[in-house]
Every structure is written in structure tokens, then in C-alpha cells.
Design a binder for this molecule. Structure first.
Ligand SMILES: CC(C)(COP(=O)(O)OP(=O)(O)OC[C@H]1O[C@@H](n2cnc3c(N)ncnc32)[C@H](O)[C@@H]1OP(=O)(O)O)[C@@H](O)C(=O)NCCC(=O)NCCS
Length: 314
């Protein structure tokens, strides 16, 4: 295949196409579910009706004119690339960020890849005795992310396409309030956008994880919970009350020394999670909550937010 030509047609670089080509090789892909089952599956994955309608409209049917040979190649090889790392737990871009405004096939290509992998990962979960309820709650993060993508006018997506490969490789499990991400010796905590982060809900989720991982991953040994987040920035203490959920969450962690993380701008991440926009000018952002006012005032004062990592023993 001509990498340059494929890349040009996909609107991405030849390096990005070359990476997919190299990692996927001729490894097995996986078929999408039948289109007739799509509405029920999307519903089970908490995909909202407006997003589900878009996904069904762009479905990669054999004869669909929306799907060029290059898009079909990328879909097939992206599925193979992710599938080849089933059981892995590192962040894994499933392919290049596409020009998504070219249409539904372009916009949701990695959603179709996710749907193809649902069968693969549910089988993987079943082999480990993971309860169905955990499987489907975990996988339903797809719907949550699509809703956020819509809310963000599509500007937050490229991160989500990598994030969602953790779910389809069996790396992340949603247990109550938190998502637990298998790692090297530590379970990394992620906090979905699903209501307040009460200490009670956090404690219950940690307890669930303490039982879940030894039972379903007896070969893996975890000694700590860890987290990397804007939520752990101690500067938030200058603004939020001591009994707020964020500050109480922070108090559980022993922080690692602060260092800039390559490719990660905490100011951008804070905007993502607090305003769900990356492009709105500071003076047009809402000031409805104490946190929103804090974020804007901090940035307007010329200061920056920090992405911090911390951990505590299991
Ligand atoms: C983490 C999260 C659940 C905490 O919310 P919470 O439990 O309400 O937190 P607190 O009790 O500490 O909130 C303190 C104040 O900040 C506000 N606040 C907290 N998170 C907010 C958010 N994401 N956007 C806007 N305001 C927020 C609260 O409304 C409250 O202000 P108020 O008293 O004026 O109403 C919430 O920030 C959230 O859903 N974030 C998105 C997901 C995320 O950031 N994950 C981590 C990714 S690294």
C-alpha cells in the first residue's frame, strides 16, 4: 500500500498511517455487530439518542458511499491494533486524529472500532469471572464520552479516542464512583463526570476495588492507589473550602514532586473538566461555581494550574 497516498486521502501524516500499518500488521480484526442490533447495543452503552442516531446513520455497511477504501482500511486496522494489545494497560492511540468534520464516518470511526471490540472485551471479562454489571457499566463510558464530545463541540475528542481503548482492552473497570485502571503495581484512579465526589462514594469504590482485583486478577499485585489529575493541585486549597469533596479527595494522597508532563498542559485540562470548552476566552467563561471563579481568576492573575500525581497504600 502507498502510505503517502493513504495519508493524504485521510488528511493525516504518513508517519501516523505508518504507525497503524506497523502495529496492526496483518493481525486479526473483529467484525462490527449487525446493524439491526446497533440500537440495542448503543442503548446498553449509554449512548444518547442523538449520538446513537448519528452512529447508525454513518454505519459502515458494505455498500455505504460514506466509507472510502482508506476509511475502511483504517477502521479494520485500528480494530486489529487495539485487539492485538488486549489485556494491556498503557494509553494507546488507536490511530491518527481524523478531520472529523468531513462526515459521520470520519467523526465516529473510532466509535465503530469500539463497537467491534465490545464482543472481544466482554469475552475477555467473562474469562476472568467479571460480573456482567461491571462489564456494562464500564463500557457505558462510551455514551458519557460521546455526550461530552457533543457538549464540547467536538474539540475534546482526540484524547477520548485513546482513553476509550483502555476500556476495550480490559484495562479500566468502573466500580461505583471511580474508574480503576490496572497499572504497574498501582491501581490508577479516574473520576468520571457523574455527580459529586463524596468521601463516602470514594471509600465504597476503593473497598470494591480491594476485593475485585485480587479476585479477578490474582496474578497482579497492587500495593497502592494512584492518581494523576488537575484535582490534586494543592493550589486549589487557596480557593475551595476545606470540607469540599475535591479537597477531601486530595487529602488521601501523598503527592509526588511536581514536574511538567510533556504534552500535557494543565491549564487546558482544567478548562476541559471545569468548562467543557477549550476555546472560549477567559472573560466569556461562566462564573457560576466557586471552582469556576477560582479557575478564571487564577489564570487571569497570570498563574497556572498544575497536573499532579499522588498515591496512597491499598
Ligand atoms: C471531580 C468532581 C466530581 C468534583 O465535584 P464536587 O464533588 O462537586 O466537588 P466539590 O465539592 O469539591 O466542589 C466544590 C465547588 O466546586 C464546584 N465544582 C466542582 N467541580 C466542578 C466542575 N467540574 N465544574 C464546575 N464547578 C465544579 C462545585 O459546584 C462547588 O462549588 P459551589 O459550592 O459554588 O457549588 C467534578 O469536578 C467533576 O465532575 N469533574 C469532571 C471529571 C474530572 O475532572 N475528572 C478528573 C479528570 S483528571
Amino acid at each position: 500500500m502507498d502510505l503517502e497516498d493513504t495519508a493524504a486521502r485521510l488528511g493525516v501524516t504518513a508517519e501516523e498511517v505508518g504507525r497503524v500499518h506497523r502495529l496492526a500488521g496483518d493481525r486479526p480484526s473483529a467484525p462490527l455487530p449487525a446493524k439491526a442490533h446497533a440500537p440495542a447495543i448503543l442503548d446498553r452503552l449509554a449512548v444518547r439518542p442523538d449520538d446513537a442516531a448519528e452512529v447508525v446513520a454513518g454505519w459502515p455497511d458494505a455498500g455505504s458511499p460514506l466509507w472510502t477504501p482508506e476509511l475502511r482500511w483504517l477502521l479494520d486496522r485500528s480494530i486489529a491494533l487495539v485487539r492485538a494489545d488486549l489485556g494491556g494497560h498503557q494509553w494507546l492511540p488507536p490511530g491518527p486524529a481524523l478531520p472529523r468534520d468531513r462526515g459521520p464516518a470520519w467523526r465516529h470511526l473510532y466509535v465503530y472500532a469500539y463497537l467491534a471490540l465490545v464482543d472481544v472485551v466482554t469475552h475477555h471479562h467473562r474469562e476472568r469471572g467479571i460480573p456482567d454489571a461491571v462489564t456494562w457499566t464500564t463500557l457505558a463510558d462510551l455514551g458519557r464520552n460521546l455526550a461530552i464530545d457533543r457538549r464540547m463541540n467536538r474539540e475534546g475528542w482526540p484524547v477520548m479516542q485513546s482513553w476509550l481503548t483502555l476500556h476495550t482492552r480490559g484495562a479500566v473497570y468502573e466500580l461505583g464512583r471511580l474508574q480503576h485502571h490496572r497499572g504497574d503495581g498501582a491501581l490508577s484512579l479516574h473520576i468520571p463526570d457523574s455527580g459529586p465526589l463524596t468521601p463516602q462514594a470514594v471509600a465504597a469504590s476503593l473497598d470494591e476495588a480491594r476485593a475485585f482485583f485480587p479476585r479477578h486478577f490474582p496474578g497482579e499485585h497492587y500495593t497502592a492507589f494512584s492518581c494523576g489529575s488537575w484535582l490534586l493541585d494543592p493550589q486549589l486549597r487557596e480557593y475551595l473550602p476545606g470540607d469540599s469533596n475535591i479537597i477531601r479527595f486530595q487529602e488521601m494522597f501523598e503527592l509526588e514532586p511536581h514536574e511538567e508532563q510533556e504534552g500535557l498542559d494543565a491549564d487546558v485540562e482544567v478548562r476541559r473538566f471545569v468548562f467543557r470548552t477549550l476555546s472560549t476566552p477567559l472573560d466569556r467563561l461562566p462564573r457560576d461555581t466557586v471552582l469556576q471563579r477560582a479557575v478564571v481568576d487564577h489564570l487571569r492573575a497570570g498563574r497556572h494550574w498544575h497536573w499532579r500525581r499522588g498515591r496512597f497504600p491499598i
